[in-house]
Ligand binder design. Structure first.
Ligand code: FES
Ligand code: FE2
Length: 487
């Protein structure tokens, strides 16, 4: 069943038309294509759902393929300083963005620093429990008010000692006799400016534009999809960041399609339906669903059900497969059953309501611009940001949001990896670390290639890479002028 299109207008833009229309060069209008623009040979994702051993949630039955045009994406968007400056002023200063988790600031006075490009914000919990976000800048001569996360009873600047309450009221001016011009107007100009704040499922979002469109409108579509998975009942089991030598979009887009799997992660082809992924685009969010324990259509040989499991479990040729597939069953059903038993001690018999798809598949959502929560029990949440003010460097971030039993565990401390460290230096990521290393190995080479090429744009697949195109379409709407960046 097709979902109703969401109405969401970026600042300065207009609600995009979702319906029958001609694709345009600048992708101002999206064309719905039924049932999909193109498809790989082999089983479709919906056909796999038909064979599920358990009822499949309705949200996985939705399909929203979009043909967004075939125009090349200008390379300037990844390489030029001008584009980076536009992203700072027209995107990051105006968009709702994931800043922290509520459990990072559980008590009044707790604060954490959220940085995006060259900007820094203080996210704090006030005495009455509400969450506020302020630009991390003193109103005297501008010093950052806080350098590290912590707990405080007031926001006091380390330079000359101006102080504000957690609610942002000017509280103290040392040698106040010298600042009659400040104390006379303390209720307006000297209240800390505030960002808009919104929360969803424990994720704290901020928008530096205090006049931003309501967060409820922004999150509505994604939140409705995630109702079935109750992300609010999760804790941060792992939290790892890594510096990447590439533009943040190069890093992010490597996780927005499964087309790269055949060349970048060939070892997982026997059990991953890479090019049979289902890609759905709604308004300000999209998803790629890639099925597990079904073979890649790109393989030139048949894979037995046993060998699918053997590959997934990384069992070597001289070892016995610890899980065999009974006659008449599929590896997908056996793998899902095993997954249910893994989670049963934590979430109880609720696992019996979970479909094979929810146990096995990569259900990779993206909320524009850079928030990537995965559905069901694949616990990944990604975030990608510019690394400070460097447009050729990014911070990639991985959180595992896991179910728990009993009291909610404290969030994991951040493991911060440098550009030269391997993801395997974060053992909390388990098997995924090696896969991430394969992904990251490409990224700096992509950036260098983009700096070198004589070709003015990158070329995208119409369907498999439509989530990448959607990201650029949204980005173009925020930047506000499709002719910037070479289009
Ligand atoms: S810059 Fe903050 S008190 Fe002077
Ligand atoms: Fe990958």
């Amino acid at each position: 069943m097709a979902a109703q299109p969401q109405k969401f207008s970026p600042p300065g833009g207009r609600a995009r038309v979702v319906g029958k229309s001609n694709p345009t060069v600048n992708n101002r209008e999206m064309t719905v294509v039924e049932p999909r623009p193109a498809r790989s040979p082999g089983v479709t994702y919906q056909e796999l759902l038909d064979a599920d051993t358990h009822p499949v949630p309705e949200v996985l039955r939705r399909e929203s393929p979009k043909f967004l045009g075939s125009t090349d994406i200008p390379i300037d968007r990844y390489t030029s300083r001008e584009w980076h400056e536009l992203e700072k002023s027209r995107l990051w200063k105006r968009v709702w963005q994931f800043a922290c988790r509520e459990e990072h600031i559980p008590n009044p006075g707790d604060y954490t620093i959220y940085e995006i490009a060259n900007m820094s914000f203080i996210i704090t919990r006030t005495p009455d429990g509400t969450i506020k976000a302020y630009p991390n800048a003193c109103l005297h001569r501008g010093r950052q008010l806080k350098d590290f996360d912590g707990n405080c009873s007031e926001l006091r600047c380390p330079f000359h000692g101006f102080a504000w309450t957690l609610d942002g009221e000017l509280k103290d001016v040392p040698a106040q006799w010298d600042f009659p011009h400040v104390t006379e107007r303390k209720d307006d100009d000297f209240h800390l400016p505030e960002c808009a704040v919104g929360t969803w499922a424990g994720f704290v979002f901020i928008n530096p534009d205090a006049n931003a469109a309501p967060f409820g409108d922004f999150i509505k579509g994604l939140a409705e999809h995630f109702e079935v998975w109750q992300m609010e009942n999760r804790y941060v089991e792992a939290h790892v960041t890594k510096i990447i030598h590439a533009n943040w979009k190069v890093a992010q887009e490597a996780f927005c399609e499964a087309y790269h799997v055949n060349a970048t992660h060939p070892q997982i082809l026997p059990y991953l339906g890479d090019t049979n992924s289902q890609i759905d685009v709604w308004d300000n969010f999209s998803r790629v669903i890639t099925a597990g324990l079904t073979p890649s259509p790109l393989l030139w040989y048949d894979v037995s059900e046993d060998d699918m499991l053997r590959s997934m479990l990384d069992v070597r040729v001289d070892q016995d497969n610890p899980i065999s597939v009974p006659a008449g069953m599929t590896a997908r059903a056996v793998g899902a059953a095993s997954g249910r038993e893994r989670w049963r001690p934590i979430v109880g018999d609720h696992v019996d309501q979970m479909s094979d798809a929810e146990m096995m598949d990569s259900i990779d959502y993206t909320l524009f611009p850079n928030f990537h929560p995965w559905g069901a029990f694949n616990r990944i949440v990604y975030r990608f940001r510019p690394n400070g003010d460097d447009h050729r460097s990014a911070i990639m971030e991985v959180l595992f949001m896991s179910p728990f039993k009993g009291d909610k565990p404290a969030p994991a401390k951040i493991t911060a990896l440098s550009a030269t460290q391997s993801w395997t230096d974060a053992p909390e990521l388990g098997m995924l670390a090696k896969v991430f290393d394969q992904d990251v190995f490409n990224m700096s080479k992509v950036q260098l290639g983009l700096e070198t090429t004589f070709k003015p744009g990158i070329t995208l697949a119409n369907y498999q890479e439509s989530k990448v195109r959607w990201l650029h379409q949204m980005l173009g709407e925020y930047i506000g002028n499709d002719n910037l960046g070479g289009l």
